[in-house]
Design a protein around this ligand. Structure first.
Ligand code: SF4
Ligand code: FES
Length: 242
């Protein structure tokens, strides 16, 4: 790992060569908004564009998405210029007009002084699905969980995750990783009487032998046992009582 120095907002900071600008900024307590990037998911990032910053190198300036722009020697990043805020505001205004009910986007937009949008839709449109088509959910499912139960369908603004033919997936294990990864809370997962419902399929939950709380789907345990060889008995107790 080659260590280098870069400048972010006038401050010289240490980074690992090729680390993305967003991670370096986060490590140094510098705020850059982000939605579609997750450090655990290699294929994430580059979709929402809220993380745009100025990259200065060799006398040239480029506007780059910080979540997939690698740091190199001599790079200077500016996250807080009038130009960055103008572009960021425009991106957030568009996202807000698309999914006005997402709290996370509203909070980011408010931070840029944006509370109303020129693109506001009528009441019916406003309560629609919160998806911003970032594909983080499908990437987590394929890359981290390793089951590929969902994929992106349709194009443009209508692009969204779905199970094949909109039928309950044969391979979904009900783990909810897509729900936890989604930046806008667009995926619904419900639990009642020891049964989890997600993507139109019901999953029986295993109860902790100590506190009786249903905490993990049987199908997820079967998958972990099959793919890692972990002992089934390990899952008798929830993480709090192991
Ligand atoms: S459901 Fe969430 S994670 Fe999946 S594409 Fe839409 S916004 Fe991204
Ligand atoms: S967080 Fe960088 S493009 Fe979405």
């Amino acid at each position: 790992m080659e260590k280098i120095s870069v400048i972010i907002d006038g401050k010289t900071v240490e980074a690992v060569k090729d680390q993305c600008v967003l991670d370096v900024a986060r490590d140094n307590g510098i705020y850059i908004p982000s939605l579609c990037y997750n450090t655990e998911v290699k294929s994430s990032g580059g979709a929402c564009r809220v993380c745009l910053v100025e990259a200065h190198q060799g006398g040239k300036m480029r506007l780059v998405t910080s979540c997939n722009y690698p740091v190199r020697k001599g790079l200077e990043i500016k996250t807080d210029t009038p130009f960055v805020h103008k572009i960021r505001k425009g991106v957030l205004e568009l996202l807000l007009s698309r999914v006005p009910d997402s709290d996370v986007i509203r909070d980011m937009a408010a931070r840029e002084g944006l509370t109303e949008t020129r693109f506001r839709k009528d009441e019916g449109e406003r309560n629609r699905y919160k998806c911003i088509s970032c594909a983080l959910c499908t990437n987590v499912c394929a890359e981290v969980v390793g089951v590929s139960a969902i994929s992106m369908e349709d194009r443009g603004a209508d692009k969204k995750p779905a199970t094949p033919y909109h039928k309950p997936s044969d391979v979904c294990i009900g783990c909810g990783a897509c729900v936890y990864a989604c930046p806008t809370g667009a995926i619904t997962m419900k639990e009642k009487d020891g049964v989890r419902r997600i993507w139109g399929k019901d999953f029986k939950m295993i109860k902790c032998s100590v506190c009786s709380t249903p905490y993990i789907p049987e199908a997820q345990v079967d998958w972990i046992v099959k793919t890692t060889g972990k002992d089934q008995g390990f899952f008798d107790k929830c993480p709090d009582h192991r």
